[in-house]
Write a protein that binds this ligand. Sequence first.
Ligand code: MN
Length: 229
Amino acid sequence: MQNRREFLTAMAVGSSWLAVGGWPSILSATEKAFTLPKLPYSEEALSPYISAKTISFHYGKHHQGYLDKLNELVAGTDKAGLSLEQVIVAAHEKQETAIFNNAAQVWNHTFYWNSLHPKGGGQSPAEFLEVLEGSFGEFEVFKKEFTQAALGQFGSGWVWLVQVGEKLQIVKTGNAETPIAQGMSPVLTLDVWEHAYYLDYQNRRADYVAAFLDKLVNWEFALGNLAKG
Ligand code: MN
């Protein structure tokens, strides 16, 4: 099971030699500062809740597209040697919209793939359930509030479970916005851009959200993301 720190490390590997070498100018057009981590399962693994066709486009075209654009935008700039998280925070602060949007979407999607599991969903394991109940009272209240946030996000965006101190909170973000730019600590996410569900559910976002909660949530990943203390 990959936790958040491990996959972020994996995401940073592609750029680490630049940070060590400090010679971004030798980056040729074909070499990439950032790379996409492999999907943590096969493209068919989430079917029938999310089809191979959706995953193929979503990972292979959308996620890859954000990555390619990001590499284009940072090549030869002061951001070329930074970690992905550092790029996100710096671009957010300086309101460098194009770099922020692409960097955040690369990060958000990797976090999303890890928030899903072929055998996920349903009742949370006891250890995580305790934290959910401590924050929302009952599991059903968590589900209801998460669903309302997902349906209430007007247009494109994301719904997140984040940790704030001892408690979990549900937040939604528009377009590429990400909680890590605001110093929050994400635990789970659901992509509610139409490209995430339209081929399988058309306009029925509620059915996609229900499938996520009932069949796909990666509770182990969520548990691994909790700050220990
Ligand atoms: Mn997406």
